[in-house]
Design a protein around this ligand. Sequence first.
Ligand code: SF4
Length: 449
Amino acid sequence: MSATPITLVPRDASVDHTIQAIVTGDQTAETCNTDLALGPWNFDTRPGYGPGSSMGDVIPVGAPRQGELPQEYRDTTEEDLARRIRAAKETLGERVLVLGHFYQREEVVQHADYVGDSFQLAGAAKASPEAEAIVFCGVHFMAETADLLSRPDQAVILPNLAAGCSMADMANIDQVEECWEQLADVLGDLDTPDEDGRVPVIPVTYMNSSAAIKGFVGRHGGIVCTSSNAHTVLEWAFARGQRVLFFPDQHLGRNTAKAMGVALEQMPLWNPRRPLGGSTPETLRSSRVILWHGFCSVHRRFTVDQIEQARREHPGVRVIVHPECPMDVVDAADESGSTDYIRRAIAGATAPTTFAVGTEINLVQRLAAEYPQHTIFCLDPVVCPCSTMYRIHPGYLAWVLESLAAGEVVNRITVPDEVADPARVALERMLAAKPPSSPALRAAPEARA
Ligand code: SF4
């Protein structure tokens, strides 16, 4: 068990500033990699996810790479980039919409027109038909989802193409097709329902997956879920299937199904590198939820030890974690819920409260700054942001916006029609089952910039 006291990071919402202070020795907290103090362009030509929580994950060979960011955007100051971003946005006016994910660095989020989780932001894109371009400050699957839900003539732009998601990359379409074939060998014709009208297996994918996976799910009678509606979506799937194939996040699948009363022994793990995913035919036949061997390296950092330490050092602390955390962590916490749930839980606390939060540090530090009446800290004492969210930096945002203002669209993300059509079917099934999370997006007006 770690004996290091939990360090409360300063109320300055900038994780970048905290990391710089750690690297220069002005702050005593730890970071998982001092390379985080460098500009992401230092990593764009190297294979790998870059510094941060996904550092140790295996990046697919064909993962998109980002070309060289022009030198003028690397050499300048934070203040100059902020000025240039504001000027480009002013020039573009309503022609551009900038979206910022909760896990983005503060220096990017301050320029966003909307801040939210991936689905809330895709909804903002859909609700802004006047925008010719949508600059998505998030990761690759989020930009794909925005492209699926926006008008065909709207260009969705990802400021750094290397901003993938290591969890989404853990389920690629070839592996999933192969899994489906193997399941058919064991379970029989996957399209033939039993006497109750339920087919052998319904595929369910988390929003954090590629458009190709969402398309697969749409083609095979399946559905998409988010971390806020996974329970309802699993009920939908169990009404139509004897079992569920859930990907890519094993933890969200396990935590949700367990809360619904599914026994752990009926939730085998599917390892795509092993025959039958590492299971036996008997295990697969008696399963209720087959969990893909995927995880989020940000949320896997949280432990029961950290929760116990928080309780020792902060009696009365309220521990809230994200359902992408491992099951023992979710079980040990006081509450678990999506990023939107966490944000609303803190916003709704009327008396000064101490919160220990198990989710990405950029969101936690921003919440700590927004709600100074509370004590809010990240359960993980090591400052370790999401490696791929980190790849978006104001330098790239300035570059894509100034390119747009000059009439050039760079880094456009487009989902081909043959993938997009079934992927939209899977998303529409989710919306019909239950729209995810809260309706209102937190608008971040220009005054924030
Ligand atoms: S926090 Fe986890 S799931 Fe989200 S983008 Fe980063 S690696 Fe992917």
